[in-house]
Design a protein around this ligand. Structure first.
Ligand SMILES: *Cc1c(COP(=O)(O)O)cnc(C)c1O
Length: 487
């Protein structure tokens, strides 16, 4: 504590030691929040936001308060939590994140930077992405898609003789990005940010399994070629968010090549399933694409905030995202080989291959997850989660009150409660709302084939068969009550 003019004006200074004491006090609360149990709506969200404190509370005050807040945190680790595609971290991921938080930035020549490079390489190998590809860790699939499509845009305009990153959008033909009608909306947002416009994304119909119809892609590309559109990219989704369906990647690549287009694989959710021999065949052709993304914060349980973009031609990624010359960075671009001090080299091209300069070494967490369980552990997790999806699908098919709307391909299940004479979309919407309010089962909904469906996604390593049966019990129970209410 520094003392100002008098005893009442003590200013709290940051404690730069005492980590053991702080963590020791906090860990019981962290473990409490880590324990599998869904939570009710947090009491804190209704509280007014207080003004910034004039006087600090000191380290012990912060730790005590944090512990209280943790009692009311979202429990993404709960095995009943299965909406969207997000979940909490495993233990190794938490430990690695803590280590990385004090272990520096993703630049310079040091161990955390080395682990980041290993994390990228191992992730690529496990997901079937060819190693010469350049990778960069980013905050999520949204940014990863933006980077990959930024590289695709760069290449499309270079083919017309323009360096778009330098010259801007003023010149150039109208262009197209092709993606399944089930593609993630971050594709559209990327197109908007890249100046191509959301309207440049042409939805290609999916078949009844949720896979892109490549004949429709071919005729759309042919028509657009006649009309003079420049094809920027075709997006193949390797695990759609709504259904878990996988586009026919090698067929898409074949069609795209006929029209000279880049192929981007959005594997944010599904690409880790390449690790298993049982599902690898679904990704045939994946190594022949031009760019890929995968989100370790989905199936690899790193906890939110970690995705990766890979581009086959790293120089293209650099030309698209280069910052240009900066006097303040002049000194750090030495070759790694020449470096003597850890700070002689920036040690990675990422500052000019992404949207971030300063960034945490996110790859340390990916390294830790893969170091702990290996490729076979990823395969086993994927197989286990898919088996749970299949078990749920079988149980649903055998129940006359339930309808399986789509056979699961990965670990998303789309099913619904049926009741003749009732508005079944409203019914299923209300069932999911009630499930969230009254049970530990937290799925989400989506719409497929005009039907509102209950949509759990199994990616959590803590999930077991008993969670599937609990989900079924809860759906049956809540379903019969909502039916009575709506009848
Ligand atoms: C989740 C997801 C995204 C977006 O990723 P975020 O990490 O949420 O930004 C993109 N594409 C697909 C297929 C996804 O499932």
């Amino acid at each position: 504590m520094a003392v100002n003019d008098g005893p009442d004006l003590r200013v709290a200074e940051a404690d730069t030691g005492s980590l053991g004491r702080a963590l020791g006090a906090l860990i019981p609360s962290i473990e409490g929040a880590f324990a599998p149990d869904a939570t009710a709506r947090g009491a804190y969200t209704a509280q007014p936001l207080s003004p910034a404190p004039e006087n600090g509370s000191g380290l012990d005050g912060v730790v005590t308060e944090l512990g209280t807040y943790l009692e009311d945190a979202a429990s993404l680790t709960s095995p009943g939590f299965c909406p969207f595609i997000v979940q909490g971290p495993t233990t190794a991921a938490v430990a690695a994140r803590l280590a990385a938080s004090v272990g520096g930035v993703r630049y310079f020549l040091h161990s955390m930077n080395y682990l980041e490079k290993l994390g990228l390489r191992w992730l690529a190998e496990v997901c079937g992405i060819p190693i010469p590809a350049s990778g960069v860790f980013v905050s999520g699939g949204s940014v990863a898609n933006l980077l990959a499509l930024g590289a695709a845009r760069q290449r499309a305009w270079e083919s017309q003789g323009t360096d778009i990153a330098e010259a801007g959008m003023s010149a150039g033909p109208a262009c197209r990005i092709y993606a399944s009608e089930l593609a993630h909306r971050t594709i559209h947002r990327s197109a908007a940010v890249l100046g191509l416009g959301r309207s440049s994304v042409v939805p290609i119909p999916a078949d009844r399994h949720g896979r892109m119809v490549t004949d429709a892609l071919r005729s759309q590309m042919a028509e657009d070629k006649r009309a003079g559109y420049l094809p920027v990219a075709v997006v193949a989704v390797a695990g759609t968010t709504d259904l878990g369906s996988i586009d026919p990647i090698s067929e898409i690549i074949a069609v795209s090549r006929e029209y000279g287009s880049w192929v981007h694989v959005d594997g944010a959710y599904g690409l880790p399933a390449y690790a298993s021999e049982r599902t690898r065949g679904l990704f045939e052709g994946v190594a022949d694409a031009d760019s890929w993304i995968v989100d370790p914060h989905k199936w690899l349980s790193t906890g939110p905030g970690i995705a990766a973009a890979f581009v086959r031609d790293g120089d293209l990624l650099t030309r698209a995202f280069d910052q240009g010359h900066a006097a303040y960075l002049e000194d750090v671009y030495h070759d790694e080989g020449e470096a003597v001090s850890a700070y002689d080299s920036i040690a990675g091209p990422w500052a000019d291959q992404s949207l971030e300069l300063t960034a945490p070494p996110r790859g340390v967490v990916v390294w830790a997850v893969l170091r702990e369980i290996g490729r076979r552990g990823v395969a086993a997790r994927v197989e286990k989660n898919i088996a749970l999806a299949k078990l749920l699908a079988e149980e649903v098919s055998a129940d006359e009150n339930l309808e399986l709307v789509l056979e699961p391909e990965l670990s998303v299940v789309c099913f619904r409660y049926v009741a003749a004479g009732l508005n079944e979309n409203l019914l299923n919407d209300q069932i999911v709302t009630e499930l969230r309010r009254r049970t530990l089962t937290v799925p989400s909904t989506t719409v497929w084939d005009g039907k509102v469906v209950i949509r759990p996604c199994f990616i959590n390593p803590r999930q077991t068969e008993s969670d599937v049966y609990a989900l079924l019990d809860n759906v049956r129970d809540v379903g019969s009550q909502v039916v009575k209410r709506l009848a």
